[in-house]
Ligand binder design. Structure first.
Ligand code: HEM
Length: 558
């Protein structure tokens, strides 16, 4: 995720060059032992000055994904080898070695070194990375292990639906859905990590939760700046680096607070002679014998990884579905057909919904959360497209450009989920790989997909999702990750009589009594469902001493 910028900014003396589509033609000329292969110096490239001008003078940092597309025919001797052809991307990933590395340098790693934190899965390398990857893989990559989180996640989806109802204006309009979905993302990943709820979807969101989300946002913005500034500039303009560190400090503290709280609760149970049985990721990690510092850094990075990724993908999914009512209606039909009389799908149900999966796949093709990834192959030189790429060269995989390339996808800018269902339309297997491929690919993929499938299918059962009547098209922008450039506002029109009719007193209440009334309403609803899924804790801080309320798993079953 840091790579597009890094590649653009850390100019090696030697430079590096693009591998362009035409290079595929050269692959036939590659022979064993690099014989006949060309060197980087022979590789054509764009003009450094014009690229630098685009980057710094024309808001290029937030348009890095567009530069990928625009510069495809002329991406030049700039810092890295850029690859946008699926065949060439495949060649790189097939040679990535035992312990793939995304990049050698990053301000994320610098921060951890400075503070003496351990690395988490996002930032660790080599054997250290492999150890944690294998341990976490058992709980995050095995389908059965992940399916077991469906009820946990469903209870979070129930709260999201209640929250959407709560946030709707009279017209049904919910402004800035991405901000609602940040909270959903954080609540979802927290429920998987801690098996308890942290109140992100409560009518009043705990302050430290808001601050955590804000810290992620600011950290991503500052990531671009800190990567753009050489270290010596940090002394002259200290603000970006210091804000960046403050954000990380808060995120590490937040995660540590929750972990310590959970561990203290377990220890107390053990001291009372009770059996401790956890089915949450932090518990599994803490049982592996890894140092607590490694547990803290991994949980921090998993929390971080589960917020913007889910929020952006869910926002774009509903945005596109609102603009394609015919797809939305077919998708709703698919969900209803699988569920019959039931209203709440489980993991086995969503596995039988091909259009739902195709929709998410298409959304991630159009808006890959990580628009450009990278690899550094440290052990040996490799050959790609007839060129020798020396070891330690930063190789950028331009996924956004690949996904939007008309030679790879017909009508590349159109939202056409069917393209993934139509057997006549085949695509190169590396043409759209939003979760990456191979040993270092996204470890959260299965959890993310399950969470998205459960959320989209439930939302479509409750609401007809329509565009903002006064709205305009929203474009993506790069903020390290690819996110909506401006607010996405959508209308959520009730499909059946609201299960939560607002009593007249609510419409004329002051905001504080409105919240009280809302609580009363939620309480009634909660009792009706016979499970605690809505209003968990409205006071206290997750960084405070453990509260009995939050120690109990609040994950009601539906
Ligand atoms: C739509 C949602 C998501 C997308 C598109 C996505 C995409 C990605 C991509 C492209 C990578 C880099 C893969 C590579 O270098 O080959 C990655 C890595 C990672 N993701 Fe995700 N991700 C998503 C959600 C999540 C979630 C929910 C979690 C946490 C539960 C997560 C945790 C991670 C971690 C820990 C890594 C680093 C893996 C490693 O280096 O071994 N991701 N993700």
């Amino acid at each position: 995720m840091l790579m597009m910028l890094q590649q653009a900014l850390r100019v090696s003396a030697r430079g590096a060059f693009p591998l362009l589509k035409w290079m595929e033609r050269c692959t036939e000329r590659v022979s064993a032992g690099h014989q006949g292969a060309r060197t980087l110096d022979q590789m054509p490239g764009p003009n450094v000055l014009s690229f630098a001008w685009d980057l710094f003078a024309k808001r290029g940092l937030s348009r890095l994904h567009e530069l990928q597309v625009r510069s495809m025919p002329s991406f030049g001797p700039i810092l890295t080898v850029h690859i946008a052809d699926p065949g060439l991307i495949e060649q790189v990933l097939r040679q990535e070695g035992l312990h793939p590395m995304r990049s050698e340098l990053s301000s994320w790693k610098d921060y951890r070194q400075l503070r003496g934190h351990h690395y988490g899965l996002l930032t660790a390398e080599g054997e250290e990375w492999q150890t944690v990857r294998s341990l976490l893989g058992k709980h995050m990559l095995r389908p059965k292990a992940v399916e077991a989180y469906d009820q946990t996640l469903n209870s979070v989806v129930s709260d999201l639906i209640d929250k959407l109802r709560f946030s709707r204006k009279k017209s049904g309009l919910v402004p800035d859905i991405a901000s609602e979905f940040y909270r959903f993302g954080l609540e979802g990943i927290s429920s998987v990590l801690f098996e308890s709820r942290i109140g992100c979807l409560d009518p009043v969101v705990p302050e430290e939760t808001e601050r955590f989300i804000q810290s992620i946002n600011t950290m991503f913005v500052m990531t671009l700046l800190t990567m753009a500034m050489p270290q010596w500039l940090h002394q002259i303009f200290p603000k970006p680096w210091s804000i960046f560190c403050q954000c990380w400090d808060y995120m590490f503290d937040f995660a540590k607070g929750h972990i310590d709280q959970r561990m203290a609760a377990e220890a107390e149970k053990v001291s009372r002679g009770e059996k401790v049985e956890g089915r949450y990721l932090t518990y599994f990690l803490s049982q592996t014998g890894l140092p607590m510092k490694t547990v803290y850094s991994n949980v921090t990075e998993l929390l971080l990884a589960g917020v913007d990724t889910i929020s952006s993908t869910l926002s774009w999914s509903l945005y596109e579905l609102s603009r394609h009512p015919e797809v939305q209606s077919r998708l709703r039909g698919e969900v209803l057909k699988v569920l019959g009389d039931r209203r709440i799908p489980n993991a086995a149900d969503v596995a039988q919904m091909p259009l739902l999966k195709a929709t998410v796949k298409e959304v991630l093709r159009l808006y890959p959360v990580i628009p450009g990834n990278a690899r550094v192959i440290t052990e040996r030189d490799i050959q790609v497209g007839g060129y020798v790429i020396p070891k330690k060269t930063l190789i950028t995989l331009c996924h956004f450009a690949t996904s939007r390339d008309p030679a790879v996808f017909q009508s590349p800018d159109e939202f056409l989920p069917e393209r993934w269902l139509n057997r006549d339309q085949s695509h190169h297997p590396y043409a759209s790989v939003p979760f990456g491929v191979g040993k270092r690919s996204c470890i959260g993929r299965r959890i993310a997909e399950l969470e998205l499938y459960l959320a989209i299918s439930r939302i479509l059962l409750e609401f007809d999702v329509k565009p903002d009547p006064g709205g305009v098209s929203v474009k993506p922008m790069t903020r390290t990750l690819l996110v909506p450039e401006s607010q996405i506002n959508l209308q959520f029109i009730e499909l059946r009589p609201s299960p939560l009719p607002l009593p007249p007193s609510l419409s004329s209440s002051s905001s504080s009594s409105l919240l009280l009334n809302m609580d009363a309403l939620y309480e009634t609803e909660r009792t009706k469902r016979g499970a605690g899924i809505i209003s968990h804790h409205l006071q206290g801080s997750c960084l405070d001493a453990p509260s009995p309320q939050r120690q109990n798993s609040d994950l009601g079953q539906e």
